[in-house]
Structures are given as structure tokens and as C-alpha cells.
Design a protein around this ligand. Structure first.
Ligand code: ADP
Ligand code: MG
Length: 710
């Protein structure tokens, strides 16, 4: 059996020059190459007689070399040769550059198949950019069929397509027979999948588009299946890892809960109980806490932290941004100072001696909860007795990062518990599959007595009324956010920017109010100062960019005005709006947009605007006005955005998938998930499936090698 892991250099006809091209494309092994899938295809199966060719179209035609025409004119060192091809009724010229020996290679009388865009030059038909092949009995590769177009990188000539195609064709001939299908036969027949060899050949050289889709499905299934097997196995093997059995009674939790000014929701109580049970087990907890914005995840996380603290362990709490880390510090101190829990913050803003001192105290177990960004563990902060890692807003981290964190957090073979929290409203089934290596708890209930959020879509002309309304509410002691898409004014885009708005408003309509400015280019100290002032109610209106998007929690802020709302994606709007409606008072979210869009959003009928972008913007804003339900919003987002962009799937940090797309192909994902679970339940070490065992092992090794991404 040929080894597919051998270097691409051993492929026939690959010298150092070609090798370089391959490495540019990230292809190292034969396997990499065979799974270097086409970006798209071009149908060159239809032949058009030369005398029927249409100028401007890409077409495929057959003809005989009848002549080499005209002078070879030389221009800037480029040598042009015009080969004349004829079908007996009409001629067409093929322009070759710098190919002096062409005449010997393609002598008069030779028959060629050519695909290219037809141009006219004077009376003459011409092609300059084309693919051609000598007409023969052999299977065609470059033309006369549906041909693959591969994803090229900058700096590679279009001719690379031919090189790839031809090399692929012969590589398939040479190596396909040595590929064994790792899927159990039963699975293949049950789901009517193509066998692997067939699928690989077809994805590169399909006879029809129908076949190509069948091949894609099989290969996507493959990717998902192994992803699910690997995640499932990680989950199961973690079950065997040594963790800490937290035998805490829950004294601290009781005191904490008693001190809260509100009652826990049923969902919170339920999840806390589950976490307590889970933490008491001797294997490490691996739990995702999935809850809508404002569902009160922090309280649950604090309970988990208190369980660890009571048992003498430390907690690392990590947030995706420094602002959020600082928020957590303020919040937790407020809740936990009375319980004498020692909390500190370590972000990049903490430097010098202070930093050294914190590190020393952490190592001596004199800090119970250390809050920071993900740098906490990546930079190898040494804990004296780390027992629990909490990651907030985990979708910002990614699966790989999470896995690495976990590895780094272990001490002497004992793993801390892990609690990750996310508010990304993805469809539930997808969450179950996507986080296949975690147990999931859904916090699916918002605290009662939560003021409703009313959302309106308005335009510039309503601004005076909106400003009046804001003034009124602020007089009643509430606060407001004004969100702008940019930090600084940009003439070209004609968008309102935070800085500019801040100045205009502070010296204009809101001159009697206290405004604050917050954006991502401010340094940490400035940001903290502003946020604290806002929290202490020393700022009435916070003008900001989307830096406030994640996690910020200020109950008195009940108003939000979003400028240029049509420019924001649904998930972002939803996150932003999640900043208000956090207290008991009613909140108002005003989406400001153009008059035309707001009219469409507010009209009863379903008006279909012509422009696609416009209609999407209308749909987004209509959805925001119509619902607060994150899952519903996620569904619409999915429908509108289509593959590739949905809630920044890339941010979920999935290992590279070559063909499959988690959202677009979610049916296949579910199928693969089921199939993988069945096998894992039956035989979690794959002792009956040696081939599966090997592939999964390779897969996991690959995963561990890859570094975390940002
Ligand atoms: P998220 O789940 O978005 O992280 P938080 O944990 O920040 O939400 O909680 C949002 C707000 O709701 C906070 O001000 C918090 O104190 C409050 N809260 C949490 N649980 C409850 C509850 N059971 N009843 C009332 N308010 C609550
Ligand atoms: Mg939160």
C-alpha cells in the first residue's frame, strides 16, 4: 500500500519548482493534495463549432492547426506566436507568449480542444487566455468536460490550474487504489454514501454536477464524522482523567444567595445543582453554560467559584476583553467582598511590581479568584492550587484555544474543572453538535421582573423627539448608550463617529447632561475610569463604539440609540441590545437608519425592496423590532447570511474543515453526529474498527499540534 503521508515531492513529475508551488498552497503530502478540493468548476463539456463562436463568451471548441501566422512580433521582450486553428469553415487565432518551440510541439495538422474567452481583433477571432489539449483518445483533463478550478494564492499564474489538474489526474490514477475507506460498510450503505475512492475521483473530475454533489456530500460527511468521533472521544477520555472531587457543602453559596437582592430563577437553581453534582465527581467538569444575554450566567459562575473556594482551591476567570474582565472584577467584588473572597485582576494593563506581586500571591494561594483575559493561562501564570477555570463569552475563544488552555491548566496530572459560558444564540441542535466535547446546560429563562425591552426603528427626522425622550428618562435617573459604528469621522463613508457625536451632543442638545466617550482605542485605564463613572451614575449618556457589545452590565442603563443600525449584523445588534433591559424598568432600544429603510421596516406589509442588501437590512431590523428571542434571531441570521458568515462561525474555532460548513451542511453534521455517537456508544475505543482507530488518532495528534488562534 502506498503511503499517503509521503511528501508530494515523490509524485511523478514534481521537481523543486513545482514543489514550491505546492508548498505555497499548503500542500505537503499526497493526502493534502488529494484533498485539495476544487473551489468551483467550469462546464467545458459542450463543444461549439468555431464558426458559431460568440464573441465575449467563454466557450470550448475543436479545430485543426492550419498555420502559424504573421510575424513573430517582439514587444518588451515578449515573443508572441499566433497559432491558427480551423474547423474548415472559419479560423481562430490562439496567442501564445514566449513559446519558441511551439511549432514542433503542435505541428500543423494537429487537432486541439480549446476553452477560452473569445475576442475579436479586426476581422480575426482570437483567444489569449485559454486552456487547450491535444485531441486524443485519452481521457480529457483540461477541457471537453466539467473541469475543476482550484483555489489559487496570489502570485501563482493561471497556468497553475493546468498543472494542478494534470498532476491531480495522475495522482488519482496512482494513489486512489491504495486508499481504504475508513467508514464501516454498514454506514456507507445505510446513508447511501459514495465510497471514498469514487468520491475523491469525482470531486476532482465529475462527469456531471449531480455526481459532484454526491461526492461532496460523502466527503463532507467524512469530515464531520471524524470531527464528531474525535470530539466524542476527547469527551469520553476526559471522563477518565483525574480531576478534583469538590466535596463542598455549599456554605458559601448559601450565604451568597441569601445576600442577593433577588431570587434565583428556576433555571439558575437547576443549573447550579447540576454543577454542584458535576464538581463533586472525581473527573474534571467540562461544561458549557449556554444562556441568553441577561439570563444571569455570572451568578451561576460565582456559585461554581464558591464551591471551589470552599474546598480550598483557586479560580481563574477569563474574559475575552479587558473591559469585560474589569467589569467582572467590579461585579464580583461587590458580591464577594462580604464573604471575604480575595479577588484580583491581571490584564496587560497591570505591569511592573504590581504584576509581580499579584503573580507571587497567586502562586502562594493568597488570591482566590484571579480575573483576566485568556492570556492568564496562556502566559503560564502559576497558580498554587487551581481548581476551576471559568471562561466567559467562550465563543470568542474557539475550540482549539479552549483545548490548549485545558492542557496548560493541569497540575501534576490533575485537571481543574472547566466552565465555559456563551450567549451566542446558535440553534440548539447545532450547539449540541458543535460543542460535542462538552456537557451543556441551558439557562433558558430570564429573571422575572425584568423590564421589557421595546425596540423601535426610526430615522434622522425623529431625532429631536428621541433626544427629548432621552432627556426625560435621564431626569428620571436612568442612563443611556449611544452606539456609533466608527470611532473617528470618515468623510467617505459619511458615517457618524463616536468622537464627533460625543462633541456635538455634549456641546449641543445634551449640554446640561454628563456625557462619556468610550472606544477601543482608549487605553485600559481610561476605559476603566469611564466605565466606573458610568456605573456610579456620574455619566448620563455613554457615547461608544461596539466595545460595549459584550458582557457590560449596568442595570440603570435603559436606553440605547444605535446609529446607522442598518450597518450592523443581527448578532451584533442582539448583543448590543443585551446591554439594556437588565434592571426592572422598561428599556428602549432605538435603531436609527435612513428614512427609506425605516419606512420599510415599519410598514405592515411585506414590501420587497429590489436591492438585495437593502432587503436584508430591512429584514434584520424588522427582526430586531419583532423579537427579543436570541434563538429566533439566530435562525433569521442563518437564513440571511448563508454560509461562511453566520455568527462568525470561524470564531467557533473549529479545526479546519476543507469542504464542510457547519451551518450550510448542518443536516450532514447531524447525521454524522448520530453516526459517531452510535459507534462511540458501541465501542468507544474502536477495537472493532482498526481503521477508524488510526484515523481518529491521527486526527487528534494533528489537533494538538495546531496552535491556538485569536
Ligand atoms: P449574562 O447571562 O448576560 O452574563 P448577567 O450574569 O450579567 O447576565 O446578569 C444580568 C443582570 O441580571 C445582572 O445585573 C444580575 O445581577 C442580574 N440577575 C442575575 N440573576 C438574576 C435573578 N435571578 N433575578 C434578577 N436579576 C438577576
Ligand atoms: Mg455575562
Amino acid at each position: 500500500m502506498q503511503n499517503l503521508k509521503t511528501s508530494i515531492r515523490y509524485l511523478k513529475g514534481i521537481g523543486p519548482a513545482k514543489s514550491k508551488i505546492f508548498s505555497k498552497l499548503g500542500i505537503k503530502t499526497i493526502e493534502d493534495f488529494l484533498t485539495f478540493y476544487p473551489r468551483t468548476y467550469q462546464d467545458r463539456s459542450l463543444l461549439t463549432p468555431i464558426h458559431r463562436l460568440q464573441v465575449g463568451e467563454v466557450q470550448t471548441f475543436v479545430g485543426q492547426v492550419v498555420d502559424y501566422k504573421g510575424k513573430r512580433f517582439q514587444r518588451k521582450g515578449i515573443n508572441t506566436t499566433r497559432l491558427i486553428l480551423s474547423d474548415g469553415l472559419r479560423n481562430i487565432a490562439l496567442l501564445f507568449f514566449n513559446q519558441p518551440h511551439l511549432k514542433e510541439y503542435l505541428p500543423v495538422g494537429q487537432r486541439l480542444v480549446v476553452t477560452g474567452r473569445i475576442r475579436r481583433f479586426g476581422h480575426e477571432l482570437q483567444v489569449t487566455n485559454f486552456d487547450y489539449e491535444i485531441l486524443s483518445q485519452k481521457e480529457p483533463v483540461d477541457t471537453q468536460r466539467i473541469v475543476p478550478l482550484y483555489p489559487l494564492k496570489e502570485g501563482l499564474s493561471p497556468g497553475t490550474q493546468r498543472l494542478l489538474r494534470r498532476t491531480m489526474h495522475s495522482a488519482l490514477d496512482e494513489y486512489l487504489s491504495s486508499i481504504e475507506d475508513p467508514l464501516p460498510f454498514q454506514l456507507i450503505s445505510q446513508h447511501r454514501l459514495l465510497d471514498l475512492r469514487n468520491a475523491l475521483r469525482t470531486i476532482h473530475f465529475p462527469e456531471s454536477f449531480l455526481e459532484m454533489y454526491a461526492a461532496r456530500s460523502r466527503l463532507i460527511f467524512n469530515e464531520f464524522f471524524f470531527l464528531m468521533l474525535a470530539l466524542g472521544q476527547v469527551k469520553r477520555s476526559r471522563g477518565k482523567m483525574r480531576g478534583i472531587a469538590f466535596r463542598s457543602e455549599g456554605r458559601l453559596i448559601s450565604r451568597f444567595i441569601a445576600s442577593l437582592p433577588f431570587r434565583l430563577t428556576n433555571a439558575q437553581e437547576r443549573v447550579i445543582k447540576v454543577i454542584k453534582t458535576d464538581m463533586a465527581l472525581s473527573r474534571p467538569m467540562n461544561r458549557l453554560l449556554h444562556g441568553e444575554v441577561g439570563s444571569g450566567k455570572t451568578v451561576v459562575a460565582i456559585c461554581a467559584a464558591l464551591l471551589a473556594k470552599e474546598y480550598g482551591y483557586q479560580i481563574a476567570l477569563m474574559a475575552p476583553t479587558e473591559i469585560l474582565a474589569e467589569q467582572h472584577l467590579l461585579n464580583l467584588k461587590r458580591f464577594l467582598d462580604p464573604l471575604s473572597v480575595r479577588i484580583d485582576l491581571l490584564t496587560s494593563g497591570v505591569k511592573g511590581e504590581t504584576r509581580d506581586e499579584i503573580l507571587a500571591r497567586v502562586a502562594r494561594n493568597e488570591i482566590d479568584i484571579l480575573i483576566g483575559t485568556h492570556a492568564l493561562i496562556q502566559e503560564g501564570v502559576k497558580f498554587g492550587h487551581l481548581g476551576l477555570v471559568i471562561i466567559d463569552e467562550q465563543h470568542r475563544f474557539g475550540v482549539l484555544q479552549r483545548a490548549t488552555l485545558f492542557e496548560k491548566a493541569q497540575q501534576g496530572g490533575v485537571y481543574p474543572d472547566l466552565l465555559v459560558m456563551s450567549a451566542t444564540p446558535i440553534p440548539r441542535t447545532l450547539a449540541l453538535t458543535l460543542y460535542g466535547d462538552l456537557d451543556i446546560s441551558f439557562l433558558d429563562e430570564l429573571p422575572s421582573g425584568r423590564g421589557k425591552i421595546k425596540t423601535f426603528c426610526r430615522s434622522e427626522k425623529d431625532l429631536p423627539r428621541i433626544y427629548d425622550f432621552m432627556k426625560e428618562r435621564i431626569k428620571e435617573d436612568y442612563q443611556a448608550y449611544i452606539v456609533c459604528p466608527l470611532i473617528e469621522a470618515n468623510e467617505e463613508l459619511g458615517l457618524k463617529a463616536a468622537k464627533e457625536m460625543f462633541e456635538i451632543l455634549q456641546s449641543g442638545v445634551f449640554q446640561d447632561l454628563r456625557l462619556g466617550l468610550l472606544h477601543g482605542r482608549m487605553n485600559t485605564a481610561e476605559k476603566t475610569k469611564i466605565m466606573e463613572a458610568f456605573r456610579r451614575r456620574e455619566i448620563d449618556i455613554l457615547v461608544s463604539t461596539t466595545v460595549i457589545e459584550v458582557g457590560v452590565d449596568i442595570p440603570l442603563a435603559t436606553l440605547m440609540l444605535i446609529e446607522h443600525a442598518e450597518r450592523f449584523g443581527l448578532s451584533q445588534l442582539h448583543q448590543l441590545r443585551g446591554r439594556i433591559g437588565r434592571g426592572s424598568a422598561r428599556s428602549y432600544c432605538i435603531l436609527l437608519t435612513t428614512l427609506a429603510i425605516s419606512n420599510l421596516v415599519n410598514s405592515e406589509e411585506d414590501v420587497e425592496p429590489l436591492d438585495d442588501e437593502l432587503s436584508k437590512a430591512v429584514k434584520r431590523l424588522k427582526t430586531m423590532v419583532g423579537t427579543n428571542d436570541g434563538f429566533k434571531i439566530a435562525e433569521v441570521d442563518l437564513e440571511l447570511r448563508g454560509p461562511g458568515e453566520f455568527f462568525g462561525v470561524k470564531q467557533h474555532g473549529m479545526p479546519e474543515l476543507k469542504l464542510g460548513h457547519l451551518i450550510r451542511d448542518r443536516r450532514l453534521l447531524e447525521l454524522a453526529h448520530q453516526a459517531a455517537s452510535l459507534i462511540l456508544d458501541e465501542d468507544s475505543t474502536f477495537s472493532n474498527y482498526p481503521l477508524l482507530q488510526k484515523v481518529v488518532k491521527d486526527y487528534l495528534e494533528m489537533r494538538q499540534e495546531s496552535s491556538p488562534r485569536d
